[in-house]
Design a protein around this ligand. Structure first.
Ligand SMILES: [Zn+2]
Length: 128
């Protein structure tokens, strides 16, 4: 695995994820194809956040509403910490795939869930 570049680290740190999620997100993001990473990093409305489901109602931080366009927020449950590593990474990749595809399929008529799993597998994170 290639270490994340300092700029990539700064970008990921800006989301203030739980340390265990930050570690897994770094692994997944580092494996993304350059054009996918560019899609996220060039979008000021893209964000990643986590929340503790047992602490509902959760305050889910969102980027300022002044950001242009619909926000793309990937929300991760902190309860993922209890799951196996390959499952956690698949969930992160699957959610990032939805964000990249803007919750659609890759072509008209494709099931968005199938598309997200297929893309996650392409990136090296198949559904466990
Ligand atoms: Zn999904």
């Amino acid at each position: 695995m290639t270490p994340a570049s300092p700029l990539l680290e700064d970008w990921l740190a800006s989301f203030s994820l739980e340390p265990f999620l930050h570690t897994h997100v770094t692994v997944v993001v580092t494996a993304l194809p350059p054009h996918v990473l560019h899609d996220f990093r060039s979008d000021p409305s893209f964000s990643l956040c986590d929340y503790e489901p047992s602490h509902l109602p959760a305050h889910i931080p969102l980027r300022s509403p002044s950001a242009r366009g619909p926000s793309r927020c990937v929300v991760l449950k902190r309860t993922l910490r209890r799951r196996p590593e390959n499952f956690i990474r698949w969930v992160i990749a699957h959610e990032l795939a939805h964000a990249h595809l803007r919750n659609a399929g890759r072509h008209a008529g494709e099931d968005p869930e199938h598309a997200a799993d297929s893309l996650a597998a392409d990136w090296g994170f198949p559904r466990p």
